[in-house]
Each structure stands twice: as structure tokens, then as C-alpha cells.
Design a protein around this ligand. Structure first.
Ligand code: EPZ
Length: 438
């Protein structure tokens, strides 16, 4: 049964919340611990479902995981890595896409890996062809079985030259986690260079890896024979920080996000300022509110780093419903990440979706029948509605819309939001949100 939140909208959110380590780094650093011969320590770990899922998968493979989100530190001991039963992996994988990143480390440690059907947010087709191509290039063999994919390494994996068709975050991580212990040099072209990836590279370097990153998206990795554990504090979660910023804007409130880091949020902050958002950066974090000046619409295109993150798009679209004029949003990373706007229209927003690439360069989805551009006309008064959480970021965006709306909304399926927003109900309390469970 899905969890429901009844939100009484119309109250400006005011107060302070804290963001901890980035979900999209923490889960990958946890996987990296499998590559070490000694204990790893990861700090700034948030209390989210993805951390529980990855902990479960690591434990199945013999990693001893202790500590936890209460003190924000995980201790990961990979001394006794072992094979796991296929059915157990399947049961633990949950709705996460992380199991695919276990391949490289498990191939090095055990010579084989098993990947169940992957979950994750339904924001596009999300194929894994880049991952499988990459693993084959290192010399792994991929075998399709009814219960999933079995990948095995007949001999030590070999460094190789790889050029990704698109700078995929996950495929770049796949290469990194595999190349660090492969034999010889790996050169990766068209790599993703998101801050979370650079932080993963920092983790791997601490473990003993040799990795260089050029400004032209070329990453070179010299394989080594042995890696040790790491001691690392995760970079802060810039998606969660931007989500709270959008909530402050949409509800005409003011939220101080402790831990928010300006350098990783530059592109978001520029857009936030353009639409009439205001912010103040200090040593502890960033304060977000909405300027009194007339608000302006924007033309926005999501892109890989250093572009505007696709994960910022959904919360920002809710903020755009409250700006004056026509904003254009071109989603170029996921073909189906604007579907969540239908419910916003049911709440009174005026958002029109288009198949064409609007407002920028043509993208991969241009001629392919995907509604991946939006025109948001604002400001519109939102009213309460019955809504179902579609995916992680869409879910938090619906909460923002419900909090900004007049009247009551019932938001169904809020358990999905725990995948990436830790203690979000406590944080809603801290900023004075008016809601109740059920
Ligand atoms: C990561 O997903 C994040 N997830 C996503 O965050 C994020 O939206 C995305 O990167 C982009 O920044 C995690 O880190 C766990 P991709 P990932 O490979 O690695 C296509 C959130 O809300 N593609 O960069 O799966 C793919 O379909 C989540 O926190 C292929 O075609 O994303 C997409 O169009 C959602 N074949 C594009 O590349 C492949 O084999 C980018 O995906 C792999 C990807």
C-alpha cells in the first residue's frame, strides 16, 4: 500500500534544512569499496533508501557494512568478498540501478557478476547498452539468462580505448570502476564530468588508482594491481539543495540550506537568479528566497555537466509556474522527464509539451516522437489535487506544488521520495510545512 501525505498548501516555507552527501556519489563510493583490500570509511552518508539497498547488496557479497546514517559514517570491510546467490541479488536490488556498477569490481574480485532486471526512475527507456559494450571492450563476456545477465571475465580484464556515444554518468562510472584494476592503460573519450564523478575519481585516487581528467572529456586510467580502502567525505547533494531552493521560491518563503555548495551549483544559481530567485552564500551553506522584483521567464536546456542538470529540471519547472511570462524548457538527457507536468496542469499550471527541440540545439530526441520540450506559462495559481508520485524528483516536485497551492492536496506514493531525500518529513517540519500523514 502506498503512503499518502495530505498537504495543506499556501504557507510560505521558512527555516533551515541540512543536506548531507550526494546520493549519486555515496552509492558509487560504496561500490568502490569492493575494489579495496582493506577497510573504507565514508562520511556524510544520508539516510536514504538507496544507501540501504547498496548496503544490502554489498553484504550479500561478503562486505561487512557497519555504522550508519545516524552518525553519517559507513565502515565497509571487503576482506571476505564472496559470490552471492542470484535470487538474493534479485531480491535486494529493489528499484535501484546501482547493481550494474557492481560488474567491474566483482569481475576483478570473483571473475563474474550477475545483474538482475534493473529498476530506477521511469523517466525514459534507460537502456544499459553502453555498460555492456564497455565491459565487453575490457574483455568480459556477457550472457543473457532468463533471470538477468551473467557477466564473466575469462582472464584479467585489459585496458582499452573507449568512446562513449553520449557522456553517460553511469557508463563513465562503469569504465572507472573497471579500468582502475584492469591491466594497462584505458582511455575514455566523451566521459561525463559531473562533480559526483570527480568525487568518485578522488575516492579511487585515495585507494591507489592513477586517473587523469583532461578538459576535453578525456579520462585516462592506468590500471594497478592492488587498491586499498579509502577515507572520504562525500560532496553535498546539489540536487536536494536545488529542490529546497525551488520550494522556497514557489511558496514565496525563505530556506537556508546548510551544506549547499556554490561551486557545484553555479549553473542552477544563474538560472535561479534570472527567474527572480535570490540567494546568499556563506561558509555554512546557501540561503534561498524570492526577490521582490518582477519575475522573468527563462529559456532553459538540460544538459550534462557543466550544463543545467536534468535532476534540477523537475523542481525548477514548479518554480517556473510562478514566474511571469513564457519559459521554455528543453530536456535533452531523458526523453520522458516532462511527463510529470500533466499533474501540474491538473493543479492549474499551464504547461504545453512539444515533440520538437525548442529553444536550443537539436538533441537525440528531436525526430523521435518524444514530448521533451515544454512551454511553461506563468504565473498561474495552483490549487490542491489528488496526485500520485511518478518518480523520485517528480515526487518531490509534486510536494513543492502542493505546498505552493491553495487548498489541500493528497500526494500518494511518497515512499519513493525516501530514495533520495533523507528525513524529508522532518525537514518539512523544520520549514513550517502544513501537512499530515494519511
Ligand atoms: C545518473 O543516472 C543519475 N543516477 C541520475 O539521477 C541522473 O539523472 C543521470 O545520471 C544524469 O545526470 C545515479 O547516479 C544513480 P546516464 P544514469 O547514464 O547514470 C542514456 C536521480 O534522480 N543511456 O547519464 O543512469 C540514458 O537513457 C537520478 O537522482 C543509454 O542510452 O544516467 C539517458 O538518456 C535519476 N545507454 C542518458 O544516456 C546506456 O547504457 C544519460 O543517462 C546508459 C545511458
Amino acid at each position: 500500500m502506498s503512503d499518502v501525505l495530505t498537504v495543506h498548501g499556501g504557507t510560505p516555507l521558512r527555516g533551515e534544512v541540512q543536506v548531507r552527501g550526494a546520493k549519486n556519489l555515496v552509492s558509487k563510493a560504496m561500490v568502490a569499496s569492493l575494489l579495496g583490500e582493506s577497510v573504507s570509511r565514508l562520511r556524510g552518508v544520508p539516510e536514504i533508501a538507496d544507501v540501504r539497498i547498496v548496503s544490502g547488496l554489498l553484504e550479500l557479497h561478503g562486505v561487512d557494512v557497519s555504522g550508519g546514517p545516524d552518525d553519517g559514517e559507513l565502515v565497509l570491510d571487503p576482506t571476505n568478498v564472496e559470490r552471492a546467490h542470484v535470487a538474493d541479488i534479485d531480491a535486494h536490488a529493489g528499484s535501484s540501478r546501482i547493481p550494474i556498477l557492481f560488474c567491474g569490481p566483482l569481475l576483478h574480485r570473483l571473475g563474474e557478476a550477475f545483474i538482475p532486471d534493473l529498476g530506477g526512475c521511469r523517466i525514459g527507456e534507460r537502456p544499459i547498452n553502453y555498460h555492456m559494450d564497455v565491459l565487453r571492450q575490457f574483455g568480459a563476456e556477457v550472457e543473457k539468462r532468463p533471470e538477468g545477465l551473467r557477466i564473466h571475465a575469462p582472464k584479467r580484464l585489459q585496458g582499452t580505448k573507449i568512446a562513449l556515444p553520449f557522456p553517460s554518468v553511469g557508463a563513465t562510472e562503469q569504465v572507472l570502476l573497471t579500468a582502475v584494476r584492469a591491466e594497462g592503460l584505458t582511455e575514455l573519450r566523451n566521459a561525463a564530468t559531473e562533480p559526483e564523478i570527480l568525487d568518485l575519481i578522488a575516492v579511487l585516487q585515495k585507494m591507489g588508482a592513477i586517473i587523469s581528467v583532461d578538459i576535453d572529456r578525456v579520462v585516462r586510467i592506468e590500471g594497478v594491481d592492488r587498491l586499498e580502502g579509502f577515507n572520504h567525505r562525500a560532496i553535498p547533494d546539489r540536487i536536494e539543495a536545488a529542490s529546497w531552493a525551488s520550494a522556497a521560491f514557489a511558496t514565496r518563503g525563505e530556506i537556508f540550506v546548510e551544506g549547499a555548495s556554490q561551486p557545484d551549483m553555479m549553473t542552477f544559481l544563474n538560472v535561479f537568479r534570472k527567474i527572480g530567485g535570490a540567494f546568499e552564500v556563506d561558509d555554512r551553506g546557501i540561503r534561498f528566497w524570492r526577490d521582490a522584483d518582477p519575475k522573468r521567464a527563462v529559456v532553459l536546456e538540460t544538459d550534462v555537466h557543466p550544463g543545467f542538470m536534468t535532476d534540477w529540471q523537475q523542481p525548477l519547472v514548479v518554480a517556473l509556474t510562478q514566474t511571469s511570462g513564457l519559459s521554455i524548457v528543453h530536456e535533452t538527457v531523458y526523453e520522458n522527464r516532462l511527463g510529470f507536468t500533466r499533474a501540474l496542469n491538473d493543479m492549474g499550471a499551464t504547461i504545453q509539451l512539444y515533440r520538437e527541440c525548442l529553444g536550443g540545439l537539436p538533441c537525440r530526441f528531436g525526430q523521435r516522437n518524444f514530448l521533451h520540450s515544454a512551454v511553461v506559462s506563468g504565473p498561474t495559481k495552483l490549487h490542491g489535487a489528488e496526485i500520485e508520485v511518478p518518480d523520485l524528483r517528480g515526487g518531490f516536485s509534486y510536494l513543492i506544488a502542493a505546498l505552493a497551492a491553495e487548498g489541500d492536496s493528497r500526494v500518494h506514493g511518497i515512499e519513493l521520495i525516501y530514495r533520495g531525500y533523507e528525513r524529508f518529513l522532518d525537514k518539512l517540519d523544520a520549514v513550517g510545512a502544513n501537512y499530515e500523514r494519511g
